[in-house]
Design a protein around this ligand. Structure first.
Ligand code: ZN
Length: 49
């Protein structure tokens, strides 16, 4: 995972958003961002049910 702000790979997980997406926080610039691939993962999980 790469920070969209500074390009650092030093990322901390920072809980989840209200919609259940993984929230992340960059250790370098403290920018918070949501993992862009979470929607695809959720679709795959639905198929397993
Ligand atoms: Zn950053």
């Amino acid at each position: 995972m790469i920070c969209p702000g500074c390009g650092s790979t030093t990322i901390n997980k920072n809980g989840h958003t209200y919609y259940g997406k993984q929230n992340n926080k960059c250790k370098e610039c403290n920018r918070q961002f949501v993992s862009p691939s979470e929607d695809e993962k959720n679709l795959n999980n639905d198929q397993k049910k």
